[in-house]
Design a protein around this ligand. Structure first.
Ligand code: ADP
Ligand code: MG
Length: 243
């Protein structure tokens, strides 16, 4: 990554002013906490989506799991390596979420952990980690894109992140592209026939319903864009009070 600081209109953020692209464990912690917040805020939506084509527990499952993750992170504030933080969160999800989504999200984070051994991550290393997570989820769930699952948000997000970074964009811009791709992938699940998980029992009757797992996965990518990317629209983190 280039280290040009030119043209940045945003005021320096004392928490992240070192080097754009250096992602630390604390940054990943902010990402997962933001995901937990979004899951809580969307819990009823996720559960309503799952009530249409599943068993009405997706919001409850993920909220339980991410609440446990936040408790784990609070209890271990000194986790200093990305791998340890991701592994801790992934194991917590596997342990606390009974549904299909727990092992799948847990696998995503644990595979990311295995691929992210450096003490701080570059944008490229984050993308490599996320793709390793995608590969792990694919292997575990034996699903492919187009089968109306969380992969339909995760796979396009990884593809968008990779291609944006390959073009030399900043992490912030790349993550916002990933977010747009995840949202589009989520929306595309509405027209799909479910081929995996409980929704597959409905066959063609699953058409017309947005997949709950793709919906939560898009929230995970949104959380990454807002917590790991540059502040796109002012995070109002205490701008100096100039009336
Ligand atoms: P359960 O189906 O056990 O009740 P959840 O309701 O928490 O679990 O999660 C359902 C979501 O899990 C689905 O919307 C789908 O996105 C995802 N899912 C289910 N099976 C698979 C699979 N084999 N591969 C990928 N994602 C899957
Ligand atoms: Mg369910």
């Amino acid at each position: 990554m280039t280290d040009s600081g030119e043209g940045h209109a945003a005021p320096p953020d004392p928490a992240t002013d070192e080097e754009a692209g250096e992602i630390r464990a604390a940054d990943l912690g902010r990402w997962l906490r933001e995901f937990a917040r979004l899951v809580r805020a969307n819990r009823d939506l996720l559960t309503a989506l799952d009530s249409a084509i599943g068993d009405a527990d997706h919001g409850l499952n993920l909220d339980r799991g991410m609440t446990a993750v936040v408790i784990e992170l609070d209890a271990a504030p000194r986790i200093s390596s990305p791998a340890t933080l991701l592994r801790t969160a992934g194991m917590t999800l596997v342990r606390t979420v009974g549904g299909a989504s727990g092992p799948l999200y847990g696998t995503l984070l644990m595979r990311m952990a295995a691929a992210c051994s450096a003490p701080t991550l570059s944008a490229e290393e984050l993308a490599i980690g996320l793709r390793a997570g995608l590969d792990g989820v694919t292997a575990r769930g034996r699903a492919r894109p187009g089968e109306k699952t969380l992969l339909d948000a995760l796979e396009p997000a990884c593809a968008a992140l990779d291609s944006a970074l390959a073009e030399g964009t900043s992490l912030g811009v790349a993550l916002h592209a990933a977010r747009a791709a995840a949202d589009a992938g989520r929306d595309a699940t509405t027209a799909m026939v479910a081929r995996k998980g409980r929704a597959s029992y409905l066959g063609e009757r699953s058409v017309g319903h947005q997949d709950p797992g793709a919906t939560s996965m898009a929230l995970l990518v949104t959380a990454a864009a807002t917590s790991l990317g540059e502040p796109a629209d002012s995070a109002t983190a205490g701008a100096p009070g100039s009336d």
